[in-house]
Design a protein around this ligand. Sequence first.
Ligand SMILES: NC(=O)c1ccc[n+]([C@@H]2O[C@H](COP(=O)([O-])OP(=O)(O)OC[C@H]3O[C@@H](n4cnc5c(N)ncnc54)[C@H](OP(=O)(O)O)[C@@H]3O)[C@@H](O)[C@H]2O)c1
Length: 296
Amino acid sequence: MSGNGIKTIALAGVGSIGAFIAEELLTAKAAGALDGVIILTRAGGSNDAVGQYAAKGARVEHVDYADESALANALRGAAAVVSTLGAAAIVNEQLALARAAKTAGVQLFVPSDFGNNNEGQTRGLLGVKATLYAKIEELELAWATFYTGLFADFGFVPCVGGRPLLLGFDFENGVVTVGGDGSVPVSFTSRRDIARFVVHALTTFPLEQLRNKFLRIEASRKNFNEIVSIYEQKHGKKLEVRYTPAEELRARLEKNPLDFFALLHHEWIEGRGAVGSPVDNGKWPEWKPTPVDEFL
Ligand SMILES: NC(=O)c1ccc[n+]([C@@H]2O[C@H](COP(=O)([O-])OP(=O)(O)OC[C@H]3O[C@@H](n4cnc5c(N)ncnc54)[C@H](OP(=O)(O)O)[C@@H]3O)[C@@H](O)[C@H]2O)c1
């Protein structure tokens, strides 16, 4: 049931998390909770996944993020825009999208966040995400962001498309490398569960629960020592755990601010891997997300 006036939602950048949100949007449309779903993909891009969404009833728009008036035209009719643009597009393309959304009369902009609690961060990729809200507010455009923790169904995958994720979970070889002493809790939610919550929230929550709000959701909150124990019990296999001290992570980041392992594990030992409080799971009591244990 849509009681908040959001009847058409545009999604920009269908990739790792975006694909799940696209599916949920189309499910909501099929159920009558939405009138329209718009999928934005780069003109001349190579995203083969988008074809299927047109067949399922989405309006697929091929866009150039450098052409803001065409971008605004592509967003016509949308009440909300969900950005799931990847890291490379998080500044320029995402801001162009936000400006175009304002021009198109969009009421709510969901920035590409979907991870750590970045509030107050000023440095690195996570700082970029955190400072984006002020820029969106300058446009007098309302935002809603979803803090979800680590993607439970993705974070432990050793590599994607041949590219190692480098987060330190080498279960196959029985070695796990974590930051600090492994005792700081981190939130975990699967991409399917995130997509379900995001679409449910956008189509049913009153606008005042969404406008300029951080929505904090998690399926599980565990520290990495607990993750190791769960894995060991589940698989009957002992893991070797290597601990990387905070100073070593900081030294690595000084040398290379894009060192992804050091960046994330440093965020996690600083406590930003947990989504914070209060957690908003209860705003949709029927949401029963799959615990992280299932993905180990
Ligand atoms: N919490 C976690 O564990 C976790 C894990 C991964 C990602 N994330 C976060 O989730 C968000 C989305 O990440 P993702 O991994 O889903 O993204 P992604 O798959 O890397 O990229 C999503 C889409 O963005 C578009 N895109 C990529 N580069 C672009 C560029 N230079 N200009 C314009 N569009 C571009 C592409 O769509 P088209 O080709 O169709 O245009 C791409 O399919 C990010 O904020 C990321 O930090 C969180």
